[in-house]
Design a binder for this molecule. Structure first.
Ligand code: FEO
Ligand code: CA
Ligand code: CA
Length: 638
C-alpha cells in the first residue's frame, strides 16, 4: 500500500509522540552535519566498515529497461512475462469459482471463491520438491471499493462490506508449469481462500489475555479474519507468514480515542472503508478490544487447507511489514519485522527452541516461545537489540505493562519505553543467503527533519521523500549470528535521482534510479531484488518525474551496482516476489494498476489511468501475479 489513500495519508502521518531520540550519542555538532547536504549524505554512506561482509561483485546479466510512464509491464527483451492470477480469477478449489464479471458485479459469495484484490507479498512452496509444481500463497492487501463494486461505494450495504472482506486475506493456489507456461490447477486439494472473516486462532503470550476478550469471543482465543496482509515470509519449516499492516484503518473509533488507541492510529471515522456501519465489531466504541486482535503475524500451513490460521502474538502487535526468517548459529529461528509508519521501529523475534526437522508438524509452537527485540541504531554504525520482556527495561506493571501479554498488545508503547530508534517507514527486510547480512527498506518519510523529528545517522535526510535502504551485520564484531544483541550497520543506498533539484532528494544509487523502495528479497545466489512503491498521488510528478512508474531492480550487494529489471503499468505498485527453487521462474505482483491519486477509483471511469492487464475491452484494471522467465530458459537475473 502506498502512503496515500485519501484520509490514509493523514492516518499514516506518524503517531509516535514518544520522546525517544533518533540516535543515541550523536552530539549537536554531528546533528548539524546531518542537516543535510548531498555531500554529507555521500559521506555517510560507506562511512562504516562492516568488515568482511559479502563476496565480490556479481554481473547483472540482463538488459536494463528504461523508466516508463506508459501503461504496460516491461521486462528486458530477453525475458517474457505471463499474467497468471488476476483479481477475480478462479482459485482452483474443488467447489469451483464463478466467472469474473468485468463490471464488478460479482456477489460477495462469489468473491469469496475468487482471487482477492491488491496482491502483495507471496511465497512459493514446491510440492514433493518439484520446482515446476507447487503452491503459491499470495496476500490480498486491501480493496479499492471504487473498482470492487459495480457502482463503487454508492448505496453502501452489508453485502458490500462482506464483499470487501471477502476480497481481503490470502489465496493459496496450486500451480504447474508446462512448456514455459504456468496455470492454476482446477480442482486442487490444496487451494483455498482465507479472507477478512475466516476463523483463526490466537497463540503465544497474549492468547486469552483480558485485552483480547470480546463479547463474541469471551475466551480471547479466536478471531475472525486477517486484514491488510502486506509483506510475507516463508519459514524454514514450510509455512507462510502473512503480515497485518494497516489494520487500524478498518476500525471506526470513539470520538475521542484514548492514548493507546491513538498510538496505533485509531481514529473516529477510520480510513473510509465504512465496515463499522454494517459490521459492529469494527465499531471501537462498542467493541474496544477488537482492534487488539489485529496487527499480528499470521502463520498458515499452505499444505493443509483445513488448518486454522494462527495469530502469533509473540511476534508483537504493530503495522507488520516483513516477516523474514533466518537461523541462529545454534539453529533457532529469527523473524525480522518492520513497523511501516513514519517514525516507527524495526524488530526481530528469536525463538527459544531450535528448528526441528519434520516440517510444520515438528515446529507447531516454535513461534510461541522466544524473545521479541526492537532495534536501536546508535551513532557511528553501532546498533543494539533491546528485549521487550516484561519486568525488564522498565516494562513493569507500574508503567502500564501488567504482563508479557500486555507488552505484546502494546508493542509500540513498549518499544517507546526502551528507547528504540525511530525509522523512516520500515518496509521489507531481506537476509543475504550466504553472509546473513540483513537489508531493510525505509520507504520514505516526508516529515523527517521537522521540529522534534530530527534527522540522525540512520535517517539522514530531511524531507526523505525518496527513502533509503539500510544494512546491518549481526554481532558486535560482525559475527553474523542472527541471535546477537548487537549489530553494525550502514546504508546500502539513498534513493532518488542524483540530478534532483533539492539536495535532500538526491540519491547515491550506483546505477539505475528509483524512489520509495518497498519490496526486498534476495534470490538464492545473493542478488538483491528491490521493488518500489512511489505513491500514485506523486508518481511522475515533480521530483518523481524522472523516476517514472513503479518498478523492480536487481542489485549486487557487494558492489552496489543496480539495474532496472521491470517497470509496471500506470498507477501500480510492484510488490511480492518469489522464485522457483531452480530460479528459472520469478513470480511478481502488480498491485493496484490504474490507481488514482485519491486511491479510490471512479466506477464510471475505471480505465481512467490503466486498463492493465486485460486491455481496453477488459473492463476494470486488475491486480495480478505475473511469472517472468528468460526466453532461453536460463536462470533469472544472471
Ligand atoms: Fe503495504 Fe507498507 O506497504
Ligand atoms: Ca509501501
Ligand atoms: Ca509494502
Amino acid at each position: 500500500m502506498g502512503q496515500g489513500f485519501g484520509e490514509k495519508y493523514d492516518a499514516d502521518e506518524g503517531v509516535n509522540c514518544s520522546a525517544n531520540v533518533h540516535i543515541e550519542g550523536v552530539d549537536a555538532v554531528r546533528r548539524e552535519v546531518f542537516k543535510c547536504t548531498a555531500a554529507a549524505v555521500a559521506m555517510l554512506v560507506g562511512s562504516h566498515a562492516l568488515g568482511a561482509t559479502v563476496a565480490r561483485g556479481k554481473p547483472l546479466g540482463f538488459t536494463g529497461v528504461p523508466v516508463s510512464a506508459g501503461d504496460a509491464l516491461t521486462v528486458p527483451p530477453e525475458y517474457e512475462a505471463q499474467v497468471l492470477y488476476r483479481w477475480g480469477d478462479a482459485v482452483g478449489m474443488k467447489a469451483g469459482s464463478p466467472a469474473f464479471k468485468a463490471d464488478g458485479s460479482n456477489t460477495w459469495e462469489e468473491q469469496a471463491l475468487q482471487a482477492g484484490m491488491h496482491h502483495d507479498g507471496m511465497a512459493f512452496f514446491p510440492i514433493d520438491g518439484n520446482p515446476r509444481h507447487g503452491l503459491l500463497a499470495i496476500n490480498h492487501e486491501y480493496t479499492d471499493d471504487g473498482l470492487l463494486h459495480a457502482d463503487g461505494m454508492q448505496a453502501w450495504s452489508a453485502d458490500k462490506v462482506r464483499k470487501s472482506q471477502a476480497a481481503h486475506g490470502v489465496s493459496v493456489i496450486e500451480i504447474v508449469e508446462r512448456q514455459g507456461q504456468w496455470r492454476v490447477m482446477p480442482g486442487s486439494r490444496y487451494a483455498r481462500r482465507i479472507t477478512g472473516s475466516t476463523p483463526m486462532t490466537v497463540s503465544g503470550p497474549a492468547r486469552g489475555h483480558a485485552l483480547l476478550k470480546t463479547a463474541a469471543d469471551p475466551a480471547g482465543t479466536r478471531v475472525l479474519g486477517t486484514l491488510n496482509n502486506c509483506a510475507a515470509g516463508r519459514t524454514p519449516w514450510g509455512t507462510y507468514l502473512t503480515c497485518e499492516e494497516n489494520w487500524n484503518g478498518y476500525f471506526s473509533s470513539q470520538e475521542k480515542p484514548n492514548a493507546d488507541e491513538k498510538r496505533y492510529g485509531l481514529r473516529a471515522k477510520g480510513w473510509g472503508y465504512r465496515w463499522h456501519e454494517f459490521d459492529e465489531r469494527f465499531d471501537v466504541a462498542k467493541h474496544p478490544h477488537e482492534p487488539h486482535r489485529f496487527g499480528w503475524v499470521v502463520e498458515i500451513d499452505p499444505m493443509d487447507p483445513t488448518q486454522t490460521p494462527i495469530k502469533r502474538t509473540a511476534l508483537g502487535r504493530i503495522k507488520h511489514e516483513g516477516a523474514t526468517t533466518a537461523l541462529t548459529k545454534d539453529g533457532r529461528a529469527v523473524v525480522y519485522m518492520g513497523d511501516d509508519e513514519r517514525f516507527e521501529y524495526i524488530y526481530k523475534f528469536v525463538s527459544r527452541d531450535k528448528v526441528r526437522p519434520g516440517g510444520y508438524a515438528a515446529n507447531k509452537d516454535l513461534l510461541d516461545h522466544g524473545t521479541l527485540y526492537v532495534a536501536r541504531f546508535d551513532a557511528r554504525g553501532y546498533g543494539r537489540w533491546i528485549p521487550l520482556v516484561h519486568g525488564e527495561n522498565g516494562l513493569t506493571a507500574d508503567k502500564g505493562f501488567a504482563d508479557q501479554g500486555e507488552v505484546l498488545v502494546k508493542t509500540r508503547q513498549a518499544a517507546d519505553a526502551v528507547g528504540a530508534t525511530k525509522m523512516d517507514r520500515s518496509e521489507w527486510i531481506a537476509v543475504h543467503p550466504q553472509t546473513g547480512e540483513v537489508f531493510a527498506t525505509l520507504t520514505n518519510n516526508s516529515q523527517r527533519g521537522q521540529p522534534g523529528r530530527e534527522v540522525d545517522e540512520a535517517s539522514p535526510r530531511p524531507d526523505n521523500i525518496m527513502g533509503h535502504i539500510i544494512r546491518w551485520r549481526e554481532g558486535g564484531a560482525g559475527s553474523g549470528d542472527a541471535a546477537a544483541t548487537e549489530f553494525r550497520w550502514m546504508h546500502f543506498a539513498l534513493a532518488g535521482d542524483p540530478k534532483a533539484e533539492k539536495p535532500e532528494h538526491r540519491g547515491n544509487i550506483q546505477g539505475d534510479i528509483y524512489g520509495s523502495p518497498d519490496g526486498l528479497a534476495f534470490d538464492d545466489s545473493g542478488l538483491l531484488w528491490i521493488q518500489t512503491d512511489v505513491s500514485t498521488s506523486v508518481m511522475n510528478k515533480g521530483p518523481y518525474k524522472s523516476i517514472g512508474n513503479n518498478m523492480m531492480l536487481c542489485a549486487d550487494p557487494a558492489s552496489g551496482a543496480t539495474k532496472r529489471f521491470l517497470t509496471g503499468p500506470a498507477g501500480c505498485e510492484i510488490t511480492g516476489i518469489a522464485f522457483t527453487p531452480d530460479r528459472r521462474f520469478m513470480f511478481v505482483n502488480v498491485q493496484h494498476p490504474g490507481e488514482t491519486a485519491s486511491e479510490r477509483s471512479d466506477p464510471a471511469k475505471p480505465q481512467a489511468v490503466s486498463n492493465w492487464p486485460d486491455g481496453p475491452a477488459g473492463g476494470r484494471p486488475r491486480s495480478a501475479t505475473v511469472v517472468i522467465r528468460r526466453k532461453d530458459g536460463g536462470v533469472v537475473g544472471t
